[in-house]
Design a protein around this ligand. Structure first.
Ligand code: GLA
Length: 387
C-alpha cells in the first residue's frame, strides 16, 4: 500500500492523523544456514521490501494495533501485555514492547498501523522485520534514539524467544536491524562481530523463488534441530574444549567423527561445521568476483541442508533442482529456516525471463501449484522516514 493511502487508512481507523512513519526490511540469507545458533558465520542482507508503520503517540497508556495485512486489531493497556494465541501477528509488537518496559525503557501509549509487503510465511523474516520496527519506534520516539542498534536487535530476538516462544538465533533480527544498502553482512554469531561486504554479482542477479508452501515456522522441527545440535556439542565436548559446534574446522571434525554412535546427530553436527566453512569461502569468492565458485557453494549448502540437516522437503528440493536445470543459473539453495518458504538462485541477468518462465512451468508440473519470483535490491536496515 502506498504511504499516502496508508495515511488515509490510519485516519479512517483512528480518526486522527498519524505523526511518524517507519520502515523495516525483510531479509534473505545468501549462505550460512542453521548455524547462527551454533556460533557460526552467516551472510544475510536486508531487502527492499518490508514493513511500514505509521504511529501517533497517545496521551494515555493504551496500545492500539491495526494492520492492512490482517483483519485482526487489538487494543491493550501497556501494563497488561501478555501472549495470547488469538492475537496472532500482534504478539510480535506486544512482545517487544513488554520486554522493553520490563528492561526499564520508556514507552507511551500509541495508535499504530502496520503494512507489510513481505510475503507472509515465505521465510523472508516478516516477523523479525516487525519486531525490530517496534524496537526502533520505541527508541526514536521515547528514548532519544540512545539505545544501541545491536541492543535493539537482541531485544527483538528475545521477544521472539521468550514472548512468542520460537527459539530462533540472532541472524534475522540482525540482518533487518543492521542492513545496509547494497551490502551483505558477514556476521559472526558467536561474538556478534560483523563486516559489510559488497555484493558484486557482475552479470548475475539473485532471484528469490517462493515455493508457496507455507512455512509457518515449523517450530517443533526447528527446536528439534537445535536440541540435536546441543546433543552433538555435548558429545564433542567430552573430547574437546569447545563452546560451539562451529568452533571446529572440517578437518578437526573429521578426526573426532568416530565419537558419534547416532548417524543423525553426527550429520547435524557435520552440516554445521562444513556450512560454517562454506560461508567464509563464499565470502572470499564473492570478493574475488568468482561467481561460478560462489554458485557452487550455494549448491553444496543446499545439498547439505537436504541430506545432512534434513530441513528442505520436496517443494524446496524441486524448486532448486528445476532452477539448476535452467540456462543461466549457476547456483541455488533454500534460504531461511526451510521446510518450505523461499530459495534463492544465482542467474545471468539476460536469462532471468526465460529462467522464471521455465522454472514456473516445471515446478508447477512437479508440485501442482505455481511458485512466485521476486527481485529485490539490497536495502537499508530499519529506519524512520522523514517527509
Ligand atoms: C530462521 C531463524 C534464524 C536462523 C534460520 C536458519 O530464520 O529465525 O535464526 O536459524 O532460520 O538459518
Amino acid at each position: 500500500m502506498e504511504i499516502n493511502d496508508l495515511k488515509k487508512k490510519f485516519e479512517e481507523i483512528y480518526g486522527v492523523k498519524s505523526e511518524f512513519t517507519f520502515f523495516s526490511p525483510g531479509r534473505v540469507n545468501l549462505i550460512g544456514e542453521h548455524i547462527d545458533y551454533n556460533g557460526g558465520f552467516v551472510f544475510p542482507c536486508a531487502l527492499d521490501f518490508g514493513t511500514y508503520a505509521l504511529v501517533k503517540v497517545r496521551d494515555d497508556n493504551k496500545l492500539n494495533l491495526a494492520s492492512t495485512n490482517f483483519e485482526l486489531r487489538i487494543g491493550s493497556d501497556l501494563d497488561n501485555l501478555s501472549y495470547k494465541e488469538e492475537d496472532d501477528w500482534a504478539n510480535y509488537p506486544k512482545g517487544v514492547i513488554k520486554i522493553m518496559i520490563d528492561m526499564g525503557y520508556k514507552v507511551k501509549g500509541m495508535d499504530i498501523i502496520i503494512s507489510g509487503n513481505i510475503p507472509n510465511g515465505a521465510g523472508l523474516s516478516s516477523s523479525a522485520s516487525l519486531e525490530v520496527l517496534i524496537g526502533v519506534i520505541l527508541n526514536n520516539l521515547f528514548n532519544e534514539g540512545k539505545i544501541d542498534r545491536v541492543e535493539l536487535v537482541k531485544i527483538a530476538q528475545k521477544a521472539e524467544n521468550e514472548f512468542v516462544g520460537v527459539n530462533c538465533g540472532v541472524m534475522d533480527q540482525f540482518a533487518v536491524g543492521m542492513g545496509k544498502k547494497d551490502k551483505a553482512i558477514l556476521l559472526d554469531c558467536n561474538s556478534l562481530n560483523y563486516k559489510y561486504a559488497d555484493v558484486k554479482l557482475l552479470d548475475y542477479a539473485i532471484v528469490i523463488m517462493n515455493t508457496n508452501k507455507r512455512r509457518a515456522l515449523n517450530e517443533s522441527k526447528y527446536n528439534e534441530r537445535r536440541a540435536e545440535c546441543e546433543e552433538a556439542l555435548k558429545i564433542i565436548q567430552k573430547q574437546k574444549n569447545i563452546k560451539n559446534l562451529c568452533d571446529l574446522t572440517p578437518k578437526e571434525f573429521d578426526k573426532i567423527e568416530y565419537l558419534f554412535t547416532d548417524e543423525k546427530i553426527k550429520d547435524r553436527a557435520k552440516h554445521s561445521v562444513y556450512e560454517n566453512d562454506r560461508v567464509i569461502s563464499a565470502f572470499d569468492s564473492l570478493n574475488k568476483g568468482e561467481l561460478e565458485e560462489f554458485g557452487r557453494l550455494l549448491i553444496e549448502s543446499h545439498n547439505s541442508l537436504k541430506n545432512l540437516y534434513e530441513v528442505t522437503g520436496k517443494e524446496l528440493d524441486s524448486l532448486v533442482e528445476e532452477a539448476l536445470k535452467a540456462e543461466g543459473c549457476i547456483g541455488a539453495r533454500m534460504t531461511g529456516a526451510g521446510f518450505g518458504g523461499c530459495a534463492i538462485a544465482l542467474v545471468r541477468k539476460d536469462k532471468i525471463d526465460t529462467f522464471t518462465e521455465q522454472v514456473k512451468k516445471t515446478y508447477t508440473e512437479r508440485i501442482g501449484y505455481e511458485p512466485s519470483f521476486y527481485s529485490s535490491g539490497i536495502g537499508e536496515g530499519t529506519h524512520q522516514i522523514f517527509e
